[in-house]
Design a protein around this ligand. Structure first.
Ligand code: ZN
Length: 404
């Protein structure tokens, strides 16, 4: 059963105020990764009120709302319920959890990234129920935990749900996105031998190994992609095993944030970084005898439901081909529904879309709000874009049903 554009716009106008109120409710509930239980309860409640056929949380604590459809393909609308830390509360123009509406924008942590888009997706999917229509296939609205620390929630979701297409609802200013570079976090460990700082010749100072490597880092050849641009690598964190200023540390840990294009696998990254690492240590007199190793960071995460998961810090990159039938259908549907052609672009940051694609589910990206405001203390989302996104998500869902 397809819905006409006039019907879609009318119902979007009718339900927009309620969707904004719901977005305000969930912005007012802080939900750092691993602490999403309260916001999950609010999302479950809203989905239930909106007559989703089934609403549940999985083992990881992700909330899944299902609208039962006919025999057609199943579609996922994916978002996340966690957010990054708000930082210094006084640095915000408006308190980050008060959900103020100022000049047509909803302010606060998580408004654009991504409780505003989450509210829109939940409402858009519910329109089938409000209109008494059965969608061509099942719709799963999946609101994941722990996106901001690597996407454990969506990786788990993608392994459990069987779907033929997905929309990643991260903010895109209501334009279509088809991919992004990935993120691989690397831990470089330099091992020396600790000693009293007054007798440096009795120790092996690992700082010199790190220094040699940091100098060589810009010489590592990086892969590039015609659409996504070049991979990049940035050293971010630096730690020693010491807190005393008069001791030569035994170990230094350096963190690298590597943004990779799809042709550059995590294994290839580790291999080429390790080659430069071992060569520069061999060539540096100061770093002689420092041992070093490099590996993808692994961390143990505990979800709010108590699931413990050892998880490598890898956000897969993805790029849906420009000529993919689903992308083409999505583009046509948005041009018709929004009355303009914004083309198709890519995100600069990584999203849970990479985990969905890695599980074999073709994924397009679309969401209200300016992604440049994510993770800032000026985070806010345009209410006009939220209303438009109700139309956009529903039009996209219909296009995916027809093309998946
Ligand atoms: Zn996000």
């Amino acid at each position: 059963m397809t819905i006409s554009l006039d019907q879609i716009r009318a119902i979007a106008r009718q339900y927009h105020p309620a969707s904004v109120e719901f977005a305000r409710d969930i912005v007012a509930i802080p939900s750092l990764p691993g602490h999403e239980s309260d916001v999950a309860a609010a999302i479950i409640n809203e989905m239930t009120q909106l007559s989703f056929d089934e609403v549940w949380t999985d083992q990881a604590g992700n909330v899944i709302g299902k609208i039962n459809g006919a025999e057609g393909p199943a579609i996922i609308l994916n978002g996340h319920m966690d957010h990054v830390d708000a930082g210094l509360l006084e640095s915000w123009p408006y308190p980050p959890f008060d959900a103020h509406i100022i000049d047509g924008e909803l302010w606060g942590r998580g408004t654009v990234d991504m409780k505003g888009p989450v509210a829109c997706m939940i409402y858009a999917a519910s329109f089938y129920k409000q209109m008494g229509l059965t969608p061509p296939g099942d719709i799963y609205v999946t609101i994941a935990v722990m996106e901001e620390i690597g996407g454990l929630g969506s990786q788990y979701l993608a392994s459990q749900l069987n779907a033929q297409a997905a929309i990643c609802g991260e903010p895109s200013n209501n334009t279509l996105r088809r991919g992004h570079r990935g993120r691989v976090e690397l831990n470089v460990e330099f091992e020396g031998q600790s000693a009293h700082a007054s007798v440096p010749h009795l120790g092996i100072n690992p700082h010199y190994g790190a220094a040699a490597f940091l100098q060589a880092l810009p010489t590592i050849p990086l892969a590039s992609d015609a659409v996504l641009g070049s991979s990049t690598v940035a050293p971010t964190l630096y730690q020693t095993d010491q807190i005393s200023p008069n001791v030569i540390p035994g170990t230094v840990h350096l963190t690298l944030d590597w943004r990779n294009v799809p042709t550059e696998s995590p294994e290839a990254i580790v291999a080429k970084a390790n080659q430069v690492l071992q060569t520069c240590l061999k060539d540096s007199a100061a770093a002689a005898n420092v041992q070093a190793s490099i590996a993808v960071t692994r961390k143990e995460f505990v979800t709010y439901t108590g699931m413990v998961h050892d998880f490598p810090s890898i956000f897969p990159s993805f790029l849906l081909p420009q000529d993919h039938p689903m992308l083409q259908a999505a583009q046509r549907a948005l041009i018709e529904a929004l009355g303009r052609d914004d083309g198709v672009s890519v995100w600069r940051f990584a999203t849970d879309g990479g985990h969905l694609m890695a599980a074999g589910i073709p994924t397009v990206g679309f969401g209200p709000g300016d992604d440049a405001l994510a993770h800032t203390n000026r985070e806010r989302i345009s209410l006009l874009q939220m209303e438009e996104a109700l139309t956009g998500y529903l039009a996209l869902t219909q296009a995916l049903f027809q093309s998946a």
